[in-house]
Design a protein around this ligand. Structure first.
Ligand code: COI
Length: 358
C-alpha cells in the first residue's frame, strides 16, 4: 500500500534487490562507513543561484578541481539525518527532514553559498533512501544515516565564493555512535582548545567546525575518555557542546542546556528533546549559559545529536577531578530516549507531525 505514495525513482536505479539487506552484520554496525549503492547529486552555478536537474548516480568517487573552493578554503556544509525501517514492509521514516533543509539554507547564507529549496532537499533525501533501501537496517538494529553535503565545487584561486556548487547526498547503515553502545559515556572538559568563538561559525554546520577539534578528541580518547566537552572561548567557563553533540544537565528537576547564541550548533535532536522534556512536565527547560559549576553540581548529564541520539553521561573530568552523575533506570535521559526513538521508528504515535513516511 505504501508503495503507491513513493516518489518516482530515477530510471537508473536497480530495484531488483529491494529489501534484501546485503551481506552485513546488522548486530555490529557501530558508526563505520559501509558504502551503499547510490548517491544523489545536484549542481548550481553561483551566477544562476538555483539548483536543478538533481539525479541519482552510483555511489563512488567524485571529481573535483584541485582549486575547488571546498578543498582550498573550506567552503562546505554538511547535514545528518536518519531513516528508520518501519515494521514489516511498511516503509521508512524520516525525522524532521525539513529542519535539516532549513539549517542547511541558514548555513549556506553564512558561507556565501546558494542552497537547495526545502522541497528539493527533502525530495533528494527520499530518493537516496529509496535507492538504498536494502541498506536500511532491520527495525531495532539501527538506521540508515543520510549525509547531505553542500560544497563549493567550482575552481577559485583568490579567496572568494566558488563559481559552482554541488549538493550531494550519500547514506550508510549505522548503529550506535560511541563504542560504549547504549552504555553511559565518560567526558573530559577541554580548557585549551575551543570549538567556536563569537562571530565565528559554531552555530552553523560547516565542515570547518570539525577537523579543528580532532586534536582534543584524539588526546581525550588516548586517555580513555569517550569525547570532549568544550568551553566558551571568552570566559573559559561556560559549556558549549561536545565534539559531535549537544549537552543537557538536570538538577533538582530543572533541565538546562547551553543557549544557541551563535557558537553552538542548533541540534534538531536538541530542539526535539527540549519539547519532549517540557511535555513530560519539565516546564523549566532552560536555554541559558551553563557554567562548569552548574555541570559539576548537576544530578544528571546527557548528550543529544542525530548520530548520538541521547547518550547518558556517567562521568565528566575537569582539571583532574572526576564528577559522577546518575544513569540508568528512571533517569530523564532514558525516558526521553525511549520516547524519542519510539516516535522516530514509528512505534509511538507522532502527535507532533515530526516524522515523514516514505
Ligand atoms: C550528526 O549527529 O548527525 C552529526 O552530524 C555529527 C557528526 C560528527 C557525526
Amino acid at each position: 500500500r505504501w508503495r503507491s505514495s513513493l516518489p518516482q525513482l530515477d530510471s537508473t536505479v536497480d530495484r531488483s534487490d529491494e529489501d534484501s539487506g546485503g551481506d552485513i552484520d546488522w548486530d555490529n554496525l557501530g558508526f563505520g562507513l559501509t558504502p551503499t549503492d547510490y548517491m544523489y547529486v545536484m549542481r548550481c552555478s553561483l551566477e544562476d543561484g538555483v539548483f536543478s536537474r538533481g539525479q541519482l548516480s552510483r555511489y563512488g568517487n567524485i571529481e573535483l578541481s584541485p582549486s575547488s573552493g571546498v578543498i582550498n578554503y573550506g567552503q562546505g556544509l554538511f547535514e545528518g539525518l536518519k531513516a528508520y525501517r518501519k515494521s514489516d514492509r511498511q516503509g521508512y521514516m524520516l525525522f524532521r527532514p525539513e529542519e535539516n533543509a532549513r539549517r542547511m539554507q541558514h548555513g549556506a547564507e553564512r558561507m556565501c553559498m546558494p542552497s537547495p529549496s526545502v522541497e528539493q532537499f527533502v525530495h533528494a533525501v527520499k530518493q537516496t533512501v529509496l535507492a538504498n533501501r536494502r541498506w536500511v537496517p532491520p527495525q531495532g538494529k539501527g538506521a540508515l544515516y543520510i549525509r547531505p553535503l553542500l560544497i563549493g565545487s567550482g575552481p577559485i584561486l583568490g579567496l572568494a565564493p566558488a563559481p559552482e556548487y554541488t549538493f550531494l547526498i550519500y547514506a550508510a547503515p549505522v548503529g550506535t555512535y560511541f563504542k560504549e553502545g547504549l552504555a553511559p559515556i565518560n567526558l573530559v572538559v577541554e580548557d585549551a582548545i575551543h570549538r567556536a568563538m563569537p562571530g565565528g561559525t559554531g552555530g552553523v554546520k560547516t565542515i570547518t567546525n570539525y577537523a579543528p577539534v580532532l586534536k582534543a578528541q584524539m588526546d581525550a580518547k588516548s586517555k580513555g575518555f569517550t569525547d570532549v566537552l568544550y568551553l566558551d572561548a571568552v570566559h573559559k567557563r561556560y559549556l558549549e557542546e561536545a565534539s559531535s553533540c549537544n549537552l543537557f544537565i538536570v538538577k533538582d528537576g530543572v533541565v538546562a542546556t547551553p543557549a544557541t547564541v551563535g557558537t553552538i550548533l542548533p541540534g534538531i535532536t536538541r530542539k526535539s528533546v527540549i519539547e519532549l522534556a517540557r511535555d513530560r512536565g519539565y516546564q523549566q527547560v532552560e536555554e541559558r549559559l551553563v557554567s562548569i559549576d552548574d555541570l559539576i553540581s548537576g544530578d544528571e548529564v546527557f548528550c543529544t545529536g542525530t548520530a548520538v541520539v541521547i547518550a547518558p553521561v556517567s562521568t565528566v573530568s575537569y582539571q583532574g577531578q572526576r564528577y559522577e552523575f546518575r544513569t540508568g533506570q528512571d533517569t530523564l535521559s532514558q525516558t526521553l530516549h525511549t520516547t524519542l526513538t519510539s516516535i522516530q521508528m514509528g512505534l509511538a504515535e507522532d502527535k507532533k507531525g515530526w516524522t515523514v513516511a516514505i
